[in-house]
Design a protein around this ligand. Sequence first.
Ligand code: ZN
Length: 222
Amino acid sequence: MYTFTLPSGQEIELVELTGREEELLTNQRLIKSGEAINQVLLNCIKRIGENKSPKLDDVLNLLSGDRLFILVKLRQISLGDTVELELICPACKQTGFISVNLEDLAVTPYSTEREFTFKLPGSKKQIKFGYLNGHKEKQLVLLKEPSLTSAMLARIISVDGKPPNKKVITELPMRDRSELRREMLKVDAGIDTEVEVICQWCGSRLKTRLEAEPNFLFPNMS
Ligand SMILES: [Zn+2]
């Protein structure tokens, strides 16, 4: 059993990934619906704080930064700290290889606040927003056409004290939307899995997220 402290401050106990989880993570249908990750988290989390038998609802209640942190830790305890990435440059199509040590990823702790208030500079509307968690991620995955608006909407609790809707958020001035996104980003926490490298062949900037790379969970498949 492995013990970690989540970005939210809760302590957690994990067991390593087995063939059961590998089967889940290679099932395209379960990956697409987001069920694979939730089932893997449910299988491998043995304790959240005082809760010694976490249920699916407890897994979905975890903040998104905590969930990604757990995924990275599961990778580390199961397959080691080093991820070898094979990145194809979108500009020159050449392949570059880089190695990332997961232990070096920056972790930003969540503050104790869970709700934030922000007055939009243009429309002067008062926005209350929170964090993404597993429940909200699930809703976003189910959307047929994910958009910037739905991603913002998932974090908004109220607009001028009323429940938010898509129309209100879509009709906000672009400046308000941009400021709101910046405000949301400012309080965000979790683990930074973004990797940015310069292509050694053409000098283009390559950006990826570790968890989106096949080698993150399946290092010997290619
Ligand atoms: Zn290139």
